[in-house]
Design a protein around this ligand. Sequence first.
Ligand code: ADP
Length: 454
Amino acid sequence: MPGNLTFDDLKSRVTDGAIDTVLACFVDMQGRLMGKRFHAVNFIETSFAETHCCNYLLATDLEMATPDGYASTSWQSGYGDYVMQPDLATLRLVPWLEGTAMVLCDVLDHHTHAPVPHSPRAILKAQIARLEALGFEAKMATELEFFLFEQSYDDIRKSGFRDLQPISGYNEDYHIFQTTKEEGIMRPIRNHLYAAGLPIENSKGEAETGQEELNIRYSPALDCADYHSIAKHAIKEIAWQQGRAASFLPKWHHDRVGSSSHVHQSLWKDGEPAFFDPDADHGMSTLMGHYMAGLIKYAPDYTFFLAPYINSYKRFAKGTFAPTKTVWSVDNRTAGFRLCGEGTKGVRVECRIGGSDLNPYLAQAAMLAAGIKGIEDGLSLPPATTGDVYEDAKAQDIPQTLRAATQTLRNSAFLREAMGDDVIDHYTRCAEWEQEEFDRVVTDWEIARGFERA
Ligand code: ADP
């Protein structure tokens, strides 16, 4: 069930006064919901067909800057409009806000109404269409890990992001007592999202002080990405409503474990799991072997889409459950790719590289493209690794910095063929800009280290 409201449901709820506000949102390059709050009467009368936004929204950064170097828009071209076209299949209640519904929009060219190629939803749809042409459907689940802090966002910002207090006093991995203490936030998150039409499975404490995980049932890839974006947004809003802060920064402190977003993936044909072969090793079909071989071979090319910021790369540290190597293993949490559900119809691959800051549309699209390439080229899967993969000197490393991942993205012939030069040039510029912004800043670390002693 992608949404939980039909357009007719919405109209009758607007008429009887239950809904007065409709959020029309699209997902930006950073994975955020951006858009407008409509008076519901205006939405059901006219704006359900389309609305507009400035085209800089798909060429900006977390600070809403206007970087140069994007072919799609600029000061020179006058920063015109895009069309936001509501996808009414995503219409849903927003139970944590009074009288409010939400719809996700596709972003279209203002003049031609063609999909904007670098918009994240269009990028994922393009790879889903390629997979469908091969006769398969992808089902995915993205785990959402994050930290909860005692203070509010405003208090944290006013204190200069100092003295952050995680909401718990100890590592709360699978901890029922500690997570009971957090039910004031986590229970509304689960229940409001469920009431919004998201198939919530569970939440649990994660392997660090104040760290949480939310799991949503695996779904067709586009629904999965929609769910992820809505859930991430809701987690922040619900934490804010409770006077607390939720953070998806992958590594908020160098001595703490980071937050990830593992992506579980399987392909299906005619409603049956195409990754399952009861007679094969691990129950893994030949198709699954090709798909995983593509994922592994091209992981350095698409790492940027799993780790898009400077901070993302601080997570890839030995002995933290975050991977450092692009190898696969059976139910082994030290490898980049973990085979789960061995020997069952639920056999699937979990990519463990992505951080909690990934954009789910871009991450899933890039991995689908790699899997498709593996299938098309009939790539063979290298043998599984065993033991502590952190210590496997022969295994290929994940790019260790944003600079390195930008280079592999820029030079990826495979991604250019799968997604198009325009898209790859656009995201390469996005990656370069992030690096340029960081490079010009003098950090606290440099000052403390060198001020007196250098
Ligand atoms: P973990 O031990 O990593 O928490 P879980 O058993 O909780 O593993 O499953 C993690 C995620 O995998 C869940 O969100 C679940 O919906 C998803 N999942 C289960 N089966 C499949 C499948 N066949 N394809 C893709 N995802 C799946």
